[in-house]
Design a protein around this ligand. Structure first.
Ligand code: F6R
Length: 611
């Protein structure tokens, strides 16, 4: 989604801003722009389309202070006039988030004779800055943001102040960086890659004033606050393709390492007594998340209920707060998010906390709004994920949630030290728990084998790219993998697709099944296999070609399937981590066969920071 970069330094700002914007390209955007200050008036450059077009247009533009932005359209079409920065009077502003009361604010400005140059909600911020301008830049910002409802991350320049940038945040991430006496601001850490960069994330309601001579932080009342800085070697936050054609393909190959690292970090953490208490008293688990992360919740629900015998529910975060959810002190709410910045997931997590739940965050970005909000964080250690279609982060989420399921199981059986290292020793004592933990430890190797077994997906993709629509079916845990396989496929191939519980097909969707609608069955649970086969036969009888992803060798050779992929067998509750891999690769190969860029799907953004 939208990206922000700002710079105050001794060098020309444009190359720094452009480099930062390039590093944010993976997030998805449709236009880009920058504004520079070089003593006099602003230099404004904006372009619809790629950062490369902006780079050409910005060549030779001077200014040691600047702000840049990649925009993902929400209010107003993707166009040059709607691209940020927006300038009004003495102020230039870039904005991430949504201003919910912009219509009323814009009306007020128009009634007092001001005209607007764009269709965005963001432009109203520049008008408010001008309205409150009495010569003190910080005061103008404080008063302007006080009138905003919604979410914002802002970087602002003021004409006449050629060595100053102000940044402010509420509900949308923003990080200040410093290296060698030069100051940076960005919406995401990858934009600030480089050795020796010191970083300081802003919290909601905070304002940073960056000048050539130093940085100062204030609250919304204008009171000075002290912030902590941490040094990051952010070189590692700017992943390279390393010979792969696409990040998505590389990230699938990184799945074994991602899950091994996630499990290792979980198990080496020292025991946390308050978490242990919470797990011991948990009577109900709600997993709140969106998209792929929600699908990891569907798999985790099966594991938690089966292993810990605690009722669990996977909740779509964007629906959660509108259904007046039942939450009590014995409810454990687990918010799952790769980015930790998804607006819907954050809103659900906040509501759950307000209602008294203990909040665990399962997040891949360590310093995110979600990790700041949570009572306890289980990190996924997938590393930066560039492909918009989540792959390795999903598998890492599964492992984190399975370990949580084992912790809940240990808590239920009376263990007092049920987290991390405590879990490991508990599992070593108990035969069945030891077996489960061993199964989890074997998953990286099994995922590696599944990647190797998925070569055939290229051939499947050649047939799928001309299909009318594609259905994915499975029962139990296989259903969780099926819906994720379907989401991956539609995201990057743009082919219509649905994932269904296999038994549900005959209750309506079968009407759509025919010759040009391949059906992919996921089948890893021997106890449910014949039931799933019934649904497969129903589809075949209507003319569909059936494809199979299975760990059951006796089904892999069955003649009724047009093709099948045999993945290694593992404990049925953990099988989605393995069986999803051919489906991720199928989506990747189908996107290529359709002529699409799998890393940059149309209309989608990596981090969805608006409701
Ligand atoms: C799909 C995908 C999205 C995200 C969803 C939640 O490939 O990536 O469905 O899973 O937008 O994002 P996070 O995990 O950042 O909260």
């Amino acid at each position: 989604m939208c990206g922000i970069v700002g710079f105050v330094g001794r060098r020309n700002a444009a190359p720094v801003l452009l480099e930062g914007l390039r590093r944010l390209e993976y997030r998805g955007y449709d236009s880009a722009g920058l504004a520079l200050l070089d003593g006099g008036a602003f230099t404004l450059v904006r372009r619809k389309g790629r950062v490369a077009a902006l780079e050409d247009a910005a060549r030779g533009k001077a200014g040691k202070v600047g702000i840049g932005h990649t925009r993902w359209a929400t209010h107003g079409a993707p166009s040059e006039r709607n691209a940020h920065p927006h300038i009004y009077g003495k102020f230039a502003v870039v904005h991430n988030g949504i201003i919910e009361n912009y219509r009323a604010l814009k009306k007020e400005c128009e009634e007092s004779g001001e005209t607007f140059a764009s269709d965005t909600d963001s432009e109203v911020i520049a008008h408010l800055l001008a309205k409150y301008d009495e010569g003190d830049f910080l005061d103008s910002v404080r008063h302007a943001v006080a009138g905003l409802r919604g979410s914002y991350a802002l970087a602002i320049l003021c004409e006449g102040r050629p060595d100053e940038l102000i940044a402010a945040r509420k509900g949308s991430p923003l990080i200040v960086g410093e290296r060698d006496g030069e100051w940076y601001v960005a919406s995401d850490i990858p934009a600030l890659a480089g050795k020796g960069m010191k970083l300081c994330p802003l919290s909601d309601g905070e304002i940073a004033v960056l000048k050539r001579g130093g940085a100062a932080f204030f609250d919304i009342e204008g009171k000075r606050i002290e912030k902590e800085w941490a040094e990051y070697d952010t070189e590692t936050s700017a992943p390279q393709l390393c010979g792969y054609p696409h990040f998505m393909r590389k990230e699938i190959d990184e799945i074994p390492a991602s899950i091994a690292q996630t499990a290792a970090e979980f198990l080496k953490k020292p025991a946390n007594q308050s978490l242990c208490e919470v797990l011991c008293h948990t009577e109900y688990v709600q997993i709140v998340a969106c998209g792929t992360a929600y699908h990891s919740g569907l798999a985790a629900k099966c594991a938690i209920e089966a292993l810990a015998r605690i009722p669990a529910e996977a909740c779509i975060a964007s629906e959660y707060r509108y259904r007046d959810p039942v939450v009590s002190k014995s409810t454990l709410v687990v918010a799952v998010s790769q980015s930790g910045e998804t607006a819907d997931t954050l809103a659900a997590a906040r509501l759950a906390k307000e209602r008294g739940a203990y909040l665990i965050a399962v997040a891949n970005v360590p310093h995110s709004s979600l990790t700041a909000l949570a009572d306890h964080v289980i990190p996924t250690a997938a590393g930066t994920e560039i492909g918009v279609a989540a792959t390795k982060s999903y598998n890492a989420q599964l492992i984190a949630l399975y370990l949580l399921a084992l912790s809940l199981r240990a808590a239920k059986s009376g263990a007092r030290d049920v987290s991390s290292s405590g879990l490991a020793s508990q599992c070593e004592r108990d035969g069945e728990d030891a077996r489960l933990l061993e199964t989890l430890r074997a998953l990286p190797a099994l995922c590696g084998e599944a990647i190797a077994a998925s070569r055939k997906t290229k051939e499947w993709a050649r047939r799928f790219c001309s299909a009318k629509s594609i259905y994915f079916i499975g029962r139990g845990c296989d259903h969780a993998a099926a819906v994720e396989g379907s989401l991956k496929l539609k995201e990057i191939s743009y082919l219509p697709s649905e994932g269904y519980p296999a038994g549900e097909l005959k209750h309506g969707t079968l009407a759509l099944i025919g010759r040009d609608t391949p059906v992919v069955a996921v089948m890893t649970d021997r106890a449910l296999a014949e039931k799933t086969m019934n649904s497969v036969h129903e589809a075949i009888s209507r003319g569909a070609d059936a494809y199979l992803v299975t760990s059951l060798s006796e089904y892999a050779e069955r003649k009724e399937f047009a093709a099948s992929i045999l993945v290694p067998a593992c404990e049925r509750l953990f099988s989605p981590a393995v069986s999803v891999i051919p489906l991720q690769l199928l989506a990747y190969e189908t996107a290529l066969a359709c002529g699409n860029d799998p890393d940059k799907p149309r209309n989608l953004a990596k981090s969805v920071t608006v409701e």
